[in-house]
Design a protein. Sequence first.
Length: 314
Amino acid sequence: MRDPRRAGPDLMIAESALPSSVDATLDLLAKHGYFAERSLATVVFLSLRMARPLFVEGEAGVGKTEIAKVLSAALGRRLIRLQCYEGLDLASAAYEWNSHAQLIAIRLAEAAGDTDRERLSSDIFAERYLIKRPLLQALEPDVRGPPVLLIDELDRADEAFEAFLLEILGDFQVTIPEFGTVRAAPPPIVIATSNRTREIHDALKRRCLYHWVDYPSAERELAIVRSRVPGISAALSQQVVGFVQALRNRDFYKNPGVAETIDWAMALTELDTRLLTPQIVGDTIGALLKYQDDISRMQDDVVQNLLKEAATDP
């Protein structure tokens, strides 16, 4: 296995900014508003120190993407995001050739009487004609240190796309047939996320450290809400978190994530809400639930019961 501490002086400089312990990682994340469980902070710390990609799964809205954003901000690194989608291919994710510029170069060479095809072929596949997409950009050196590469919602991409990622996740390199192999030294910080709408192949998982990000405890969610919505009152924040925690124990089609909790708390604050009532819940439920079937289940008796459960301090 590659030892990142032996990759040269540039990496030693980059590593000096990394947290030196799990506790330091917890503090680093918390200072930037991410209140992680110790198990998550441990795997983040190991990913940073071992220079291994981190693959995180969990329900939508639990804070998987935020890990990469917070690391980028906390470490002062560039964030490079590859948003996955159905049909994503190598040209969109890694690189493609500027065929228009190449064609112009060929025509100019022909007009100048240059008939050396071997030299011309070498010229048109030079780096200046290479259009670099996120995966290739992440391998480039940066004065601020290796960037944070976020491969977001990998489960949305086609299964065949995973094969493209094996080389970059295993060896931090991309092989371009006409150009050669581009290697990163030092390697980027890689965070890959999945909402688990489908299973990711074992070959990809073996190249990463793994963590399942679950819904937060009431205590952690309360800290998150108060950090992200500083204008919210203590009483309302407790009631909001208690309501959401109670709602997640019900059989809804799509439970709200932390992102929805924050959105709802911000909406309530904008309305100068002091305490939750059935009326205000009904008026603002669209900030919390995003499926009509779930919203239609929020009858008066359900809301009243959830409010009673929310009255218990989280």
